[in-house]
Write a protein that binds this ligand. Structure first.
Ligand SMILES: [Zn+2]
Length: 164
């Protein structure tokens, strides 16, 4: 089979998906997911492929899902910016996808990824967005920041909430 341009790009990018997806295959996969249930997007739970730690929760629309399959890099849909959010496009904290699972109702995606860059999935500079614990009636930060997000520029992460 002859590789399309996007597949060559994917192969060269060091993505870890074991099977290369053709465009029709990614469209076929997308058709398995119930995007219409919640107005065109589905929640995505993203975990570290080695530790299993929950890194972040975001959304994908059909286009973001297909791009993720084609490139092997996590691409989400930003509801606040109303556009595709290629994770790491500003910070370099991109994610290569090792596995994609779909839940029993076909309306939630589980991504297992390798987190690159400063290894901070969270725009606040933490490994995981879940760096706070509710305890004794208050939220406490219990993780150590991996990076000060100020290094990515003054506007980084300060979009209208939710910042993702
Ligand atoms: Zn976060």
């Amino acid at each position: 089979m002859i590789l399309s341009d996007s597949q060559k790009e994917f192969a060269g990018a060091g993505g870890r998906l074991t099977r290369m997806e053709t465009q029709s295959a990614s469209q076929q996969a997308a058709s398995q997911i119930d995007f219409e249930k919640s107005g065109g997007v589905v929640p995505v739970v993203t975990q570290d492929h080695q530790s299993g730690r929950l890194l972040m929760v975001a959304y994908m629309n059909r286009e973001a899902f297909e791009e993720t399959l084609k490139t092997g890099h996590a691409c989400y849909f930003s509801r606040s910016r109303n556009r595709l959010w290629r994770k790491g496009e500003e910070s370099g904290n991109y994610q290569t996808v090792h596995e994609i699972r779909i839940d029993c109702d076909n309306d939630t995606i589980l991504l297992s990824v390798e987190q690159h860059g400063d290894r901070a999935a969270c725009h606040e500079g933490y490994e995981s967005c879940f760096f706070r614990v509710w305890r004794d009636g208050a939220l406490h930060i219990v993780d150590t920041r991996r990076v000060d997000p100020a290094k990515y520029g003054p506007g980084y992460g300060h979009q209208p909430k939710p910042a993702h």
